[in-house]
Each structure stands twice: as C-alpha cells, then as structure tokens.
Design a protein around this ligand. Sequence first.
Ligand code: SF4
Length: 69
Amino acid sequence: MMWRMNVHVDADRCQGHGRCYLTAPGLFEADDLGSGRPIGDGAVPVALQHDARLAVANCPERAVSFEGT
Ligand code: SF4
C-alpha cells in the first residue's frame, strides 16, 4: 500500500500571514490575495515532511494541516 501525506489549508481560517509559503516554499504558494494554498495537489515528498510540520506549527490561525490520505 502506498502511503501519501498531504498538506491542506483551511481557507476559512487563513488570514494571509504568509508564514506557510515563507516557511515551506516547496509546499505552499500565495494566491492573488496573499492567502496560502498548497502547491498542486498538496502531496508532500519525504524530503519535505519536516517543512510540512514546520508550516503546521507556524500558522498562527491553525489553518494548515498535514495528514495521510
Ligand atoms: S500561515 Fe496560515 S494564515 Fe498564513 S497564509 Fe499560511 S495558512 Fe494562511
């Protein structure tokens, strides 16, 4: 079985502080309003799992999550 980890952003919580895409630029990008969103489908390569956890820990709105699918 293939284990996939993905990052998610709760758009209702996001206030556009930008910490996710500054902390983990390989996983997040800004939309036109400066809110964070996952790049592509949010899949996290093994090499970026630490960055994903940092982004979760650094979002002041607790909008970022990192979980298996
Ligand atoms: S750090 Fe959190 S609040 Fe800031 S842009 Fe990213 S998801 Fe939004």
